[in-house]
Write a protein that binds this ligand. Structure first.
Ligand code: FCB
Length: 453
């Protein structure tokens, strides 16, 4: 059968994970405590009291996991490095065993013909740094630059793709404002300082990464859903401005040299969240944050329909259709492929990144193995198929999309949901660590081979 949808030649088909979500090995090989170790061991923070102590035991099973990737035919693998494995206290003494682990992993991937894409920070901060103030404290910026230097010196000869941060909006707003992620702080003024220090850490690390890993491309990953108002009321439209401004423009604008969006600064002022104004921005910071990028990673999952409760209006119904597994995933997120076309186009046409990757996209469905040992996760295949097609429409509109990383290679520790949400294209039995390639991964394998479907 001829392909209907063909992707550009050399399109990068990959899959993604993150250190805390899969590694386990919590106290092994000299690793220090992370803020997620501390958070997941705090009663009431994670569903079912789950922790990442063992998770997918990837720390021991990584060879097996590379074999799985090879079987699926992945061209690339996006993973993150655990900062406390490298610098148990956040800075200072380097733990060589931690570097050895990633060196072996990288060599194993290269040997298998899989291109490693490394993210330096996917949320697991050394707890020692959290104790010294975490991201709201400017000293964490220096520690990140030191950490980036150590990692890129060690792996920079073989790694061609570096991502500084994954979803700094989640680190700042979920970690320090709503407190649903580690470290569980609830304080908007601190969260705003955290957001600036995250961006600054990114910007200051870039020249170091380029120096240690010549010829490699460097970027950052932002998250965005497709935010739309549930009605044309002024309140709903303003809620979209606010939500999108705080979650997307607050990060993308300074990265692309525009400074912080003034309407969001005004929102924060109104909320009393800037008691000392923007005193945390020092001379040169905005220039450092706007360091040129080789690519932008975008994580997209769903549409965000925004409604404000109108005191004098009939409450509007937000989602007008009955929820089915086709239009609604188990994460309680809508399956809305057109939003991916929209988000990719919006980033490209508003900010002109040189190159874009979908650094994450995928769906949570818990479909278990059947009696024949297959995992018939048809809804995930449908989700991926419709989103690949949506990404292809963005390419046709001119978006320089170079690759796509399905979230996730395997079921794993889904942050505050613990093991209750399964995003993997590989099934994991968390008691036995058995892995089963799901039907969606078999379908993905054919897509990769044919570069389309
Ligand atoms: C993203 C995270 C990733 C995963 C997915 C479902 O926000 O980057 O680690 O948890 O959501």
């Amino acid at each position: 059968m001829a392909n209907k949808i063909v992707f550009p030649e050399n399109f990068i088909w990959g899959s993604a994970t993150a250190s805390y979500q899969i590694e386990g090995g919590v106290n092994e090989g000299g690793k220090g405590e992370s803020n997620w170790d501390r958070f997941s061991h705090t009663p009431g923070k994670i569903m079912n009291g789950d922790t990442g102590d063992v998770a997918n035991d990837h720390y021991h099973l990584w060879r097996n996991d590379i074999r799985l990737m090879k079987k699926i035919g992945l061209k690339a693998y996006r993973f993150s490095v655990s900062w406390p494995r490298i610098l148990p206290k956040g800075y200072g003494k380097v733990n060589k065993k931690g570097l050895d682990f990633y060196n072996r992993l990288v060599d194993g991937l290269l040997k298998a013909g899989i291109d490693p894409y490394i993210t330096l920070f996917h949320w697991d901060l050394p707890q020692a740094l959290e104790d010294e103030g975490g991201w709201p404290s400017r000293s964490t910026v220096d520690a990140f630059v030191e950490y980036s230097d150590v990692v890129t010196k060690s792996l920079g000869d073989r790694i061609k793709h570096w991502t500084t941060l994954n979803e700094p909006a989640c680190s700042a707003w979920l970690g320090y404002e709503t407190g649903v992620y580690a470290p569980g702080v609830r304080d908007l003024p601190q969260a705003i300082r955290a957001s600036h220090h995250l961006l600054l850490a990114h910007g200051l690390a870039i020249p170091i990464i380029r120096r240690n890993s010549s010829g490699a491309e460097v970027g950052i990953t932002l998250n965005s859903n497709w935010t739309v108002a549930a009605s044309n009321s002024a309140l709903d439209l303003d809620a979209v401005r606010q939500g999108d401004g705080k979650w997307v423009r607050w990060f993308a604008d300074p990265l692309y040299g525009r400074g912080y969006p003034s309407d969001i600064v005004a929102d924060f002022e109104r909320q009393g969240a800037l008691p000392n104004g923007l005193d945390f921005i020092q001379a040169g910071d905005l220039k450092a944050i706007a360091a040129p990028l080789d690519f932008l990673g975008i994580n997209y999952y769903n549409r965000g329909l925004v409604r404000v409760n109108h005191p004098n209006n009939e409450p509007q119904k937000i989602f007008l259709f009955p929820k089915t597994p086709e239009n609604w995933t188990e994460m309680d997120w809508e399956n809305y492929p057109d939003g991916l076309t929209g988000v990719l186009s919006r980033f490209y046409f508003n900010y002109q990144p040189l190159k874009i990757y979908v650094s994450e996209n995928g769906a949570s469905y818990s479909t278990p193995p059947d009696e024949n040992g297959n995992v018939p996760d048809v809804h995930r295949t449908n989700y991926l198929k419709t989103h690949f097609a949506a990404a292809h429409r963005a390419i046709q509109a001119g978006v320089p999309l170079a690759g796509y990383f399905v979230w996730s290679l395997m079921d794993n520790f889904e942050w505050s949901f613990g093991f209750g949400q399964r995003f993997g294209i590989v099934w994991v039995n968390f008691e036995t660590q058995e892995r089963i390639i799901k039907d969606s991964a078999k379908w993905y394998k054919r897509v990769i081979r044919r570069n389309g479907f």
